[in-house]
Design a protein around this ligand. Sequence first.
Ligand SMILES: C[S@@+](CC[C@H](N)C(=O)[O-])C[C@H]1O[C@@H](n2cnc3c(N)ncnc32)[C@H](O)[C@@H]1O
Length: 352
Amino acid sequence: MASRKFQKWAAGFPLTRGLVRREGEAMFDLLAGFCHSQVLMALVKLKIPHALMDGPATVQELALASSVPPERMEILLRAGVALKLLKYKRAGRFGLTRTGAALVGVPGLVQMIDHHDVLYRDLSDPVAFFRGEVETELADFWPYVFGGDMDPAVAATYSDLMADSQVLVAEDTLRAISLMGVHKLMDVGGGSGAFLRAVGQAYKNIDLTLFDLPEVAPAATHRFANAGMESRLTVQSRSFKTQAIPFGADAISLIRVLYDHSDETVADLLSKCFDALPSGGRLIISEPMLGDTKPERAGDVYFALYTLAMRTGKARSAASIGEMCRDAGFSQVTFPKASRPFVTRCIDVRKV
Ligand SMILES: C[S@@+](CC[C@H](N)C(=O)[O-])C[C@H]1O[C@@H](n2cnc3c(N)ncnc32)[C@H](O)[C@@H]1O
């Protein structure tokens, strides 16, 4: 395949030229990926999809509203069309495609894109990044991973981002795993309680316990009050690094928690969960994971690099997390099929 002579022949031969073209396009997409991401980021930072929710607009209108010279705005908008986020409408106007509208509507997506400048700075010298020579900024964006004191304003920023992006994770987790038969669920590392509120809405008889750091957990209470669920909520303001997980729940969930932490912390946390559960108790794990034997784009490219930039944790495959659960004492581990692996994968674990 590396021979120029063979490439020229294959590009012209009728049975192979379609394949050659598709492979060329795929290679070009990889090469241009950074430009694609930056177009997406510019559209989001300039709030162009939000502006177009009110209806199509011209280059001039968008340029004026964004303080971008019109000839440069046109380049950005055309790039948006090429990436299928925008489309041409009548009278020289630009509007949103379905994907462009979803960008505004999918909870947490805009906020995730908005904080990616931090990740991209960390990745700007990829060789130094993979050599471990970059003092990454992303870890400071998510300060809880190092433990210690946290400014309440900082805690609120990341709790909001987590809560916004939790909606899809909760949907997919509850689609993959049934909580029928559970009486009391404790969400460890539950953040602002978005997952517990989704559980509370889907299952009217489950008591809900939120376990998180003292800087984070208490702030969730008013969100439960707003949802009319405060009477079902117990808050445990603790650290799983230094304290035990209390008894009393017949199910524990760990939603997007393990990938923030080292193998030692995860092994310790899993064995604390095992100790806290009664026999027959369940552990539900949900987070983006690596492909098992087959690396895949979301887990092995995005989440693997993201967690590497965070410095303390790592993305793991479902099989390796399952193995860690068995090491902690759990004997039944099942892997429901993920409907959107780029959102989350689940593991359903039982203590027999
Ligand atoms: C990535 S966030 C996930 C939050 C929530 N489960 C979700 O999916 O939206 C990780 C959560 O773990 C919590 N956490 C981190 N270290 C912790 C510790 N030592 N003890 C308790 N909670 C911790 C953080 O405060 C944060 O709310």
